[in-house]
Design a protein around this ligand. Structure first.
Ligand code: C2E
Ligand code: MG
Ligand code: MG
Ligand code: MG
Length: 286
């Protein structure tokens, strides 16, 4: 098509590439000062047990509000942070903030909820990561078993032995490890055998649109596989009662998604796990 229309199309592509380049440059410039300007924050999306519908954990999700650019989604700025290594200070900030906050909730509510933190592959590869986690857990006196890190399959592909030893060091601290976005990367099955995960997160890809398409079959296959391997499974992106029932019928242990809760502010999450938990949950009609 580009050849047929000749120069105009070429110019169009070039313009798009340039725009992307300048947009990313702009993001990068603003991102460099985001930490010191206090523009980053975390929201926490509850994770719910399928059987009891009780909240047992939350996933910390990064938010960025910039004075010039407004609200920018992590899908946009995380790749920029990764390509510039800014993901290291930002990722360390996320770890510290989530650990500090979870310890506060523990003290204030007396409820033992796990907090899950996403790790970028670049962050995961750094040799001092286990040490950083250990130091933060000590600093805030946060029980290690109340921290979970989420990694993606990409981490395991590049350097299997390096990844394995890094995972072992993190697990040795007592921290839990989940495999995120499961099913969207490569040769997932081998990694399930070689790595000792605590939890598998089925990607939203295999849930969204259910029951409108065949995705349920893949979700079912993943659930069966995980059961064979004695892995706990959490489904992310559960939005409807049909999707929840499907997960329940197929032996999924836990769910995270808009059907129960969107990501919440610190205060809203605390409210949820203190006063109104049972009411809210039983108030949800089947
Ligand atoms: P993820 O780790 O797979 O997180 C789940 C994403 O799905 C979140 O998007 C969450 O808000 C969204 N979600 C949850 N339930 C539903 C639902 O029922 N429907 C729909 N449509 N969406 C749902 P979010 O917060 O925009 O984050 C996007 C991605 O950015 C995350 O995907 C993760 O890969 C990355 N990310 C977020 N925070 C961090 C962080 O602190 N560090 C790193 N390295 N990556 C992060
Ligand atoms: Mg995640
Ligand atoms: Mg995910
Ligand atoms: Mg995802």
């Amino acid at each position: 098509y580009a050849l047929q229309t000749g120069d105009n199309t070429y110019v169009f592509y070039e313009k798009e590439i340039k725009e992307n380049y300048f947009n990313n440059l702009k993001l990068e410039t603003e991102l460099r000062s985001a930490l010191e300007k206090n523009e980053l924050s975390l929201v926490y999306q509850p994770q719910v047990q399928v059987g009891t519908r009780a909240i047992f954990a939350s996933e910390a999700l990064l938010r960025w509000h910039n004075g010039n650019l407004g609200q920018i989604s992590p899908d946009q700025f995380i790749p920029v942070a990764e390509s510039t290594e800014l993901i290291i200070p930002i990722g360390n900030w996320v770890l510290e903030e989530a650990i500090k906050q979870n310890k506060k909730w523990l003290d204030r509510t007396n409820k033992k909820n796990v907090v899950a933190v996403n790790l970028s592959p670049i962050q995961f590869k750094k040799s001092d990561l286990p040490q950083i986690i250990e130091t933060l857990l000590k600093k805030y006196e946060m029980p290690a078993e109340l921290l979970e890190v989420e990694i993606t399959e990409g981490i395991l592909v590049e350097n299997m032995e390096g990844a394995r030893s890094q995972l072992e060091k993190i697990k040795a601290l007592g921290v839990k490890v989940a495999i995120d976005d499961f099913g969207t990367g490569y040769s997932s099955l081998k990694y399930l055998r070689n790595f000792n995960f605590d939890r598998l997160k089925i990607d939203r890809e295999f849930i969204k649109d259910y029951p409108a398409n065949d995705n349920g079959k893949i979700a079912k296959a993943i659930l069966n596989l995980a059961k064979q391997m004695d892995l706990k499974v959490i489904a992310e992106g559960v939005e409807t009662i049909e999707q929840f029932e499907f997960m329940k019928e197929n032996g999924c242990d836990e769910v995270q998604g808009y059907y129960f809760h969107k990501p919440l502010s610190v205060d809203d999450f605390e409210k949820l796990i203190t006063e109104k938990v049972s009411e809210k949950i039983s108030g949800k009609e089947d």
